[in-house]
Design a protein around this ligand. Structure first.
Ligand code: KE4
Length: 430
């Protein structure tokens, strides 16, 4: 792969943008080399500034579930643009998408649109605190809920990738109200609750974490959290920014049949445009201004162009449940294909997979929480990443990220992905 133009652009970018990127996970810091600059994308492919084509398995970190530059999304955006780009006033499309989300996501009776997953989680915690009158909340080690101050404690995704899961700049005053527990561990939750009786407003988690690599909930875990929150009057928040509209049209809460009190949403919800949302039980959401006292606002919340893209995406997913059957087949073929390759090469690395999300961990240990995920050999991952990139497969440049598949992956492309995996793993280990 010739990457001259990307190199030139990256050198220039570093003069004007911190680290040359507008989001740390885009940097190749954890895997070596420089990031490639993308010029365009179509279907299952992205094309860099040097004309190299890649089969891509990030899909803009989740949104491109139907593949890039889908004609129905593009046409909806172009059509919406004819009426202007932003009014700062209510529009019919916002009512339509709110009604659609409440019909798709089991926990959501009322919903507020925002502009990112970070805004959604920050707002959800504030509302839970306002609703309960309590200050503390529990997050899981290694989970990532965006870059809001109170979440940057033992945070996954780019925070752990860059080696600062506890970010400087978060005050002790803020951090003291964030309690930490290992994922998949109900006993730790019960211990925290006993030590902070009637002080905990919420438990927030990724029901199926993707931000330490993909990890799945152990049997009874989500159900156990639901019961604890019912018993203790704690607001259970599922952060489904990644899993919402991906693992099922109603997200992980539909797939596992556990309904939280609130949900946060993002990524797919905007069809690739900047959209986040938080929602939940009517009695809780009625606390949100101007209906209630908890303030939250946004100049571009419910932006008409973003709503056009999001409404088109969600309408399609709502009306085509076969998409999830297809995604699950694609995910199963790739994940099981990689497992077969590992056996064939005599390698016992761990593959975690659920639906259209998967991760290959360079450790023989079972990965069920942050501590176990940290056993993975990130140097080996870097070699694997670079080898796959050279073979035209674009993976997330971090061991601590799930991959995201799209319906644009044809059988031929799946074969190419598996062939590249076999060749890269052979290269590294033989
Ligand atoms: P945004 O603010 O990036 O839209 O959403 C934050 C967020 C919240 N909750 C979960 C479960 C998330 O995965 C995210 C964002 N995910 C990362 C990828 N791990 C976005 C990519 C990036 O940071 O550039």
């Amino acid at each position: 792969m010739q990457i001259t133009n990307s190199k030139t652009l990256f050198e220039k970018a570093k003069n004007f943008i911190p680290g040359g990127v507008n989001s740390p996970v885009r940097a190749f810091k954890a895997v070596g080399g420089d990031p490639i600059f993308i010029k365009k994308a179509e279907g299952a492919h992205i094309y860099d500034e040097d004309g190299n084509a890649y089969i891509e398995l990030i899909n803009s970190w989740g949104p491109m579930i139907l593949g890039h530059n889908h004609s129905m999304i593009r046409e909806a955006v172009i059509k919406a643009m004819e009426n202007g780009t932003s009014f700062g006033a209510p529009t019919a499309r916002e009512v339509e998408i709110a009604e659609l989300i409440t019909s798709m996501v089991p926990s959501v009776e009322k919903v507020r649109m925002v502009n990112s997953g970070t805004e959604a989680t920050m707002s959800a915690i504030r509302v839970a605190r306002g609703f309960t009158g309590r200050d503390k909340f529990i997050k899981m080690e290694g989970h990532y809920h965006g870059h809001g101050d109170s979440f940057l404690i033992s945070a996954g995704s780019g925070a752990i990738t860059m080696g600062n899961p506890d970010s400087p700049g978060v005050t002790k005053g803020t951090a003291k109200d964030t309690l930490l527990a290992p994922y998949n561990n109900l006993e730790a939750i019960e211990t925290l609750i006993a030590a902070n009786k009637n002080e905990i407003a919420a438990i927030i988690l990724e029901p199926v974490p993707g931000n330490m690599g993909l990890v799945t909930p152990q049997k009874g875990y989500l159900e156990g959290l639901r019961k604890i929150c019912d018993d203790e009057g704690i607001v259970l928040i599922f952060d489904e920014v990644m899993t919402g509209f991906r693992l099922a049209k109603g997200g992980a809460q539909e797939l596992f049949g556990v309904t939280p009190d609130m949900s946060t949403l993002g990524k797919i919800i905007g069809g690739g445009l900047p959209v986040g949302a938080y929602g939940g039980k009517k009695e809780i959401m009625e606390f949100v201004s101007p209906a209630g006292p908890v303030y939250q606002a946004g100049t571009l919340s419910g932006n008409p162009i973003a709503m056009a893209a999001g409404h088109t995406m969600l309408t399609y997913l709502n009306e085509h449940p076969e998409v999830y059957t297809q995604l699950n087949q694609i995910g199963g073929t790739i994940a099981n294909g990689i497992k077969d390759i590992l056996v064939k090469l005599g390698l016992n690395y761990t593959v975690n997979h659920l639906g259209s999300m998967y991760s290959l961990f360079f450790t023989d240990k079972e990965i069920y929480d942050f501590e176990s995920a940290k056993h993975s050999d990130t140097v080996l991952f870097g070699k694997y990443f670079q080898s796959m990139l050279q073979k035209g497969i674009y993976l997330a440049p971090s061991q601590f990220e799930s991959l995201f598949l799209s319906t644009a992956l044809t059988n031929d492309l799946i074969d190419q992905i598996l062939d590249a995996n076999e060749a890269s793993l052979k290269e590294i280990f033989q």
